[in-house]
Design a protein around this ligand. Structure first.
Ligand SMILES: *[C@@H]1O[C@H](CO)[C@@H](O)[C@H](O)[C@H]1NC(C)=O
Ligand SMILES: *[C@@H]1O[C@H](CO)[C@@H](O)[C@H](O)[C@H]1NC(C)=O
Length: 558
């Protein structure tokens, strides 16, 4: 058959590809129809512009109340941004002395406005923000209202190179958030907005949702006491690593967590973030197995549980091929949407986090992935599956055929993978860009909320750029997937910026200005100290799970 002439669409695509190749800077972000659709949905369902401006104004009032009148904020469309989410910092055209706004910040959402405010405070006022436990904010260097530094005429436009800035690890809720109240959460959501985070996990209160779902199967509160862990161990009972440890949870606690989650979600949406909700991974209470004796259930092996005691170890995993699997998964999504009144359509699910599947047959893996997704999709037709790629780094079980089977078990574009430890062991490089599946370049950095001083600034400043500009890149975001927070603020300060940098950061300059921001003034000795830290401790992993060569040679051991 003679070749038919290419369709006009294809020609256009070819023209684009050629243009990209010729420009030498790599193509703009890869396109996935499903993710375009997700962006459209987010645009349509987002909170009104006035509410997003209010969220950013609330943040400013908490961060820098003395300067509430110095800034004006406005939401602009992505068209005004040049097609990508952005912020624009301008001198205010009607500035007229102390009590009038001096700086006008435009942003595609409340998050971009907040990130623009942060950018201005960092780069024009030498300010520094971090968690309260790592020194809090240094804002004494911000000039008084009426004398804020002007930006270059014409303003500054900063576009996001990739759509998403992801935040959290499936275990951060246990290592860092376990005892948080709303007051602490409010601070964290402000911190997220300043860092430009628009894709945070929102895992609080999920046990209370599970309680409602399992109630439909006549599973009682006391049945579940043996299933959920205590507040500080929920991450591992959620991931089927263990059960019951540290529990049981009182009903008042469960109810309070749900109330807290509603506040968290409502604030995240007010900023224009897209919170990621949990989805069903097959993890079930023993009581469900008793109610459905013929259901296909795998009894998992021991994880790192105390003495391999069956009281805590060896949980039950409902097989994806069982009809009950999709049914429960659907109910779980529906119950969340009912409670919260909405969703941002992105769901996290990690079936095999540090649990090896019972069979290595790619067909089995693929059927498992497909069922997991079908469960999400039957609860929300527009569901996108966000999966941690930790299993591909951690467990040698995942050879290319198994990995490919899982990644391709759903239509391409319906799953986003987190390249969870990309600053040390990037998976995208050796997996052909996750076999064409969109992924987020994440810095893991921290294990188990340890707080020694370390980090690899060089890899953070260049890794996401190299990944995005690599041939046939499928990278759609950057992220921070640390197990615990509130340590090494310099590492997080730099990593968050990577959501807005288009080129490698010149760290010599960046590290030189860091102490001025952190301490509020320029001190020569401190600059020398930070230069040395950059070359030594901040050119290292924690030396445990990372195998970065070079840390041991000629520099202090980390
Ligand atoms: C739950 O219990 C009620 C009342 O005993 C019974 O009618 C119903 O069929 C049970 N449902 C399930 C799913 O076991
Ligand atoms: C970090 O270590 C690498 C070798 O592992 C070296 O090439 C690089 O120059 C170091 N960076 C700094 C800032 O010293």
């Amino acid at each position: 058959m003679p070749p038919s002439p290419p369709a006009p669409r294809l020609l256009l695509l070819l023209a684009l590809l050629i243009a990209c190749a010729a420009s030498g800077v790599g193509c703009s972000a890869p396109r996935f129809a499903q993710l375009d659709r997700l962006r459209e949905l987010h645009q349509r369902e987002r909170r009104p512009a006035a509410e997003q401006v209010d969220a950013a104004r609330g943040l400013l009032a908490r961060l820098l109340p003395s300067h509430s009148a110095s800034f004006e904020f406005r939401v602009v469309s992505t068209e005004q941004c040049g097609g990508k989410a952005c912020f624009i910092i301008n001198n205010h055209p009607s500035f007229d002395g102390e009590a009038t706004p001096e700086i006008l910040i435009l942003g595609a959402s409340g998050v971009e406005i907040s990130a623009g405010l942060h950018w201005y405070l960092k780069n024009y006022c030498a300010a520094h923000t971090s968690w309260a436990k790592t020194g809090g904010s240094q804002l004494s260097s911000v000039p008084y209202p009426g004398s804020l530094p002007r930006v270059p005429a014409g303003g500054i436009l900063i576009q996001r190179p990739v759509d998403w800035s992801y935040y959290q690890n499936a275990v951060t809720s246990s290592y860092s958030f376990a005892w948080w109240d709303w007051e602490r959460w409010e601070k964290e959501i402000d911190w997220m907005a300043l860092q430009g985070i628009n894709l945070p996990l929102a895992f609080t209160g999920q046990e209370t949702i599970w309680q409602k779902v399992f109630q439909r199967y006549n599973i009682s509160k006391s049945d579940l006491d043996d299933f959920f862990g205590g507040p500080a161990f929920l991450s591992w009972s959620r991931m089927a690593n263990m059960h019951g440890w540290g529990g049981p949870l009182p009903q008042t606690w469960l109810d309070d967590q749900l109330t807290l989650q509603k506040k968290i979600l409502s604030r995240m949406y007010a900023f224009g973030m897209s919170p990621v909700l949990p989805a069903f991974s097959g993890n079930i209470p023993a009581a469900l197995k008793l109610k459905f004796p013929s259901a296909k259930v795998t009894h998992l092996g021991n994880w790192f549980t105390v003495d391999s005691n069956p009281r805590w170890c060896c949980t039950y995993l409902l097989d994806a091929s069982d009809p009950l699997y999709v049914e429960i998964g659907k109910l779980f999504i529906e119950e969340q949407i009912r409670e919260y009144g909405r969703t941002s359509h992105v769901y996290n699910c990690d079936t095999f986090d540090e649990n090896t599947p019972p069979l290595s047959d790619p067909n089995y893996i693929s059927s498992l992935g497909a069922a997991t997704f079908r469960a999400m999709q039957s609860g929300d037709d527009d569901a996108i599956w966000l999966m941690q790629g930790w299993l591909f780094t951690y467990d040698p079980f995942w050879e290319p055929p198994q990995m490919k089977a899982l990644l391709h078990s759903v239509p391409v574009g319906r799953m986003i993978v987190l390249d969870l430890y990309a600053e040390v062991k990037p998976v995208w490089i050796n997996s052909d860009q996750f076999y064409g599946v969109p992924y987020i370049w994440c810095m893991l950095h921290n294990f188990a909320a340890d707080f020694e001083m370390y980090g690899i600034l060089d890899a953070v400043a260049s890794g996401p750029i190299d990944a995005r500009l690599s041939e046939k890149s499928t990278m759609v975001g950057v992220g921070m997937s640390m197990e615990g927070i509130e340590q090494n603020p310099i590492v997080y300060d730099l990593m968050s910026e990577m959501g807005f940098h288009h080129r490698q950061v010149d760290l010599q300059v960046w590290v030189e200005t860091y102490p001025t921001r952190r301490y509020g003034k320029s001190v020569v000795g401190l600059q020398d100290a930070w230069r040395i830290l950059h070359q030594t401790l901040y050119n290292c992993t924690d030396g445990k799970k990372g195998q970065k060569p070079g840390c041991d040679s000629g520099v202090p051991r980390c």
